[in-house]
Design a protein around this ligand. Structure first.
Ligand SMILES: O=C(O)CCC(=O)C(=O)O
Ligand SMILES: [Fe+2]
Length: 329
């Protein structure tokens, strides 16, 4: 069978808010920014945001609903012209592990969209378990293969090692870099699949790979279990790979992974995000990475805010000792 069974179009899922729609979202986000206790991680605040998320402009909610039904060939949903209150934006943070704890218009807007895709989540061991995390360059970490770096970041599924990795990764641009050079790289398995011969697909589906967690994930790092990179439907598989931390267990598996890498590279697209752009990547279908850029550490550097979303919140209950949103291992 061929990939005829997939949607025909590329990035169907782009919506640019009109002026009135943006104003509507801004009114709601401002209300939430002022809502007690003004802390993004508090269950009370999140409850208020959940109610408010049902009042976003209908056209936006319809677009999200189409995306959660089918993420399209590219596996990305892009909302443009969201409010970020640029005039009131503080200097870009530049410390390791920076997160957003206090409510802001930009963070509220991102959470409002995210709540229409599912439930936010975070990992206790990562970025101190904050639901909204800063993606910013950090002095001295330029070569780091993580979001504090500024060299090219290898293509990856987010938290590829983790059984409850996010279904969607939201990246909201508050500021791009000075040179407008930093690009979010995206490559979907739906676009790459036609370039994979059947025998390569077969190898990629077998448990001949391990994926290491980042050092910060502690005990789970001890003995990663072998897994296949592709799973599920033969014609429209899910993908689980991180080109920095997934390791083939034999030579054939290594070759198959190289073919996959080439196929993904050939369909890779670059999105240079602007202030007010929010990309939600379907983390089951699409890998992301980043081009190189040059930070200046002058308070005006690139600044994204990231949220993770689960479509099925119930599934991760076993790792959440309370009904809150933080997974403990
Ligand atoms: O900096 C970027 O555009 C992406 C960084 C990244 O992979 C992440 O924050 O998950
Ligand atoms: Fe990432």
């Amino acid at each position: 069978m061929t990939v005829d069974v997939l949607p025909e179009h590329g990035t169907d899922h782009v919506i640019t808010l009109t002026g009135p729609e943006r104003a509507e979202v801004e009114t709601t986000a401002r209300h939430l920014a002022d809502l007690a206790p003004r802390l993004l991680d508090s269950p009370e605040w999140l409850a208020g945001a959940r109610e408010a998320s049902a009042t976003l402009p209908v056209r936006l909610r319809q677009a999200i609903r189409r995306f959660t039904h089918d993420a399209g060939r590219d596996g990305v949903f892009l909302v443009r012209n969201l409010p970020v209150d640029a005039a009131a934006l503080p200097p870009t943070p530049n410390v390791p592990g920076s997160v957003q704890r206090e409510t802001t218009v930009a963070a509220a807007a991102e959470v409002l969209v995210g709540l229409n895709l599912g439930e936010p989540l975070a990992f206790r061991e990562e970025k101190s378990g904050a639901l909204v995390q800063d993606v910013v360059p950090v002095p001295g970490m330029e070569k780091f293969q993580g979001n504090a770096g500024s060299v090219a970041l290898a293509m990856h599924v987010e938290n590829a090692f983790h059984p409850y990795r996010p279904d969607y990764v939201g990246l909201h641009c508050l500021r791009n870099d000075h040179d407008n050079q930093a690009g979010l790289l995206l490559a979907s398995i739906r676009n790459a699949l036609p370039a994979l011969p059947d025998e390569v697909r077969e190898i990629l589906r077998s448990p001949r790979y391990t994926t290491a967690p980042p050092a910060s994930f502690g005990a789970l790092g001890a003995d990663p279990r072998p897994h296949g990179i592709l799973s599920g439907s033969w014609d429209d598989p899910d993908i689980q790979v991180d080109f920095e931390s997934t390791h083939p267990l034999d030579g054939e598996a290594e070759q198959a992974m190289a073919v996959l890498g080439d196929a993904l590279r050939s369909v890779r697209r670059t999105f240079v995000l602007e202030t007010g752009d929010l990309a939600f990547v379907d983390n089951r279908l699409t890998l992301h990475g980043r081009t190189e850029f040059t930070p200046r550490y002058d308070g005006r550097d690139r600044w994204l805010q990231r949220v993770f979303i689960h479509q099925n919140h119930r599934r991760s209950r076993v790792l959440r000792p309370t009904t809150a949103h933080v997974l403990v291992s």
